[in-house]
Write a protein that binds this ligand. Sequence first.
Ligand code: FAD
Length: 428
Amino acid sequence: MPTPDALPSYQVAGIGAGPANLSLAALFPAANLGSGAASIALFDSQPGPAWHPALLSPGVRMQTSWMKDLVSLVDPRHPLTFMNYLVTSGRLFALLNAQFDTIPRLEYVRYLTWAARRIEGIHYDTTIERISYTGDGFLLHAGGRPVARAEHVSIGVGTRATRPAWMEGLPGTAFIADDLGRRIDGLCADLAAPIAVVGGGQTGLECVLKLINAGFTDIRWLGRRQWFQTIDDSPVANEFYRPAHQQFLQQLSRGTRRRLVVEQGPTGDALTPGALRVLYQSNYDRMLDLDRFPAVLYPGRDVVSVAADGGDLVMRCDTPGGREEHRARHIVVAVGREASPVPFDDDLAERVEYDDDGDMLIEPDYSLRWKGMNGHRIFVLNRARYSHGVPDANLTLLPVRAATVINAMAGRPVFNVVDDLCPVRWIA
Ligand SMILES: Cc1cc2nc3c(=O)[nH]c(=O)nc-3n(C[C@H](O)[C@H](O)[C@H](O)COP(=O)(O)OP(=O)(O)OC[C@H]3O[C@@H](n4cnc5c(N)ncnc54)[C@H](O)[C@@H]3O)c2cc1C
């Protein structure tokens, strides 16, 4: 086993090579903090570049504009812009003429893969199991041994599917949406069997659409909210997704910020209107064959428990009118995503400071507040929704966040993020 001194040493080690840390790594060389590939390294569990590979059906679209790539918002002349990808891969005119409102998710993955291959120092197939603090920086462990040292770390571990408590002990006929792709061929043996999709969000919608397209004839879509809500994409709702609004939020108390961010949820945590229209049209098309809709929507149903009964699963739901039961042969669970665990060792985990709601305390520059930091910083990406606003959980301000982190590491404005031309005067 190498001694810590013999290990590769980096200015910054990124845990996760999803879009958040890719943006950081793409912009990082401009800071000139270190030299060559040794200045920043990313570590990711996946075998190669990938983005939510289990949720990539053909035909699904992005929820954000193609201009929200890894770099353009702060450095439009960067070689890793989406535009450069389109031109150098020969797709520009074909994509323009396809007239997408938002690009296919698969195209975004192709872009990320293209960009990742041009960023040095990404280590795939490497799950960081433990990060420890040595008093003089961080030590990263993978495969049961130390693999790297770093001055600072950037946590970009993303999210994983939420498994509600009621899934515990159920047979394999209840499974998460991430598993639908590999299960669907087997399920097609009985297209008439009732199948439920639980969760009224975008992933639930995409599962229902996939089932309609595969020929299922008895699909029940259950959602907790009172209707299947679409994203508010109005100009004023989009004002929340800009640096000016983030700066406004930073002046408020934590409690006020949290309240505003909860109220702003439907601007991002909701369905893409175009996708809902496609679902309605596919359901209608199939209705013309069957004389009834293959998919029926059940809003306002909060599944609180599920029991196996013979070959079926029986869901008990709270509704505004009282209890209701639904029976299905299979249940696809799409109830949302939760933060993936951060692999701090016990000592480091003990040092982290939390707010009254149990969230890690993240400063305006995305650094974590922790005891004994001694100049070494831990930056946390996509984990500060309630302190930094709704964009923190998605792709819309990736380069702005990466630029803020780089400015903080450099101790000077490497990137100048200015957003003054705003027609709204917020108050809270
Ligand atoms: C299906 C889907 C579609 C979405 N579409 C949009 C959209 O259109 N627009 C939008 O703005 N947002 C979208 N989002 C939300 C959000 O933008 C994405 O989740 C985005 O990928 C977050 O980037 P990230 O880098 O923080 O995390 P992720 O993309 O989740 O990447 C995290 C990476 O960390 C790795 N990792 C985790 N733990 C470890 C570890 N211990 N060691 C090593 N590697 C580790 C994982 O393998 C993964 O590659 C979508 C989310 C989902 C699930």
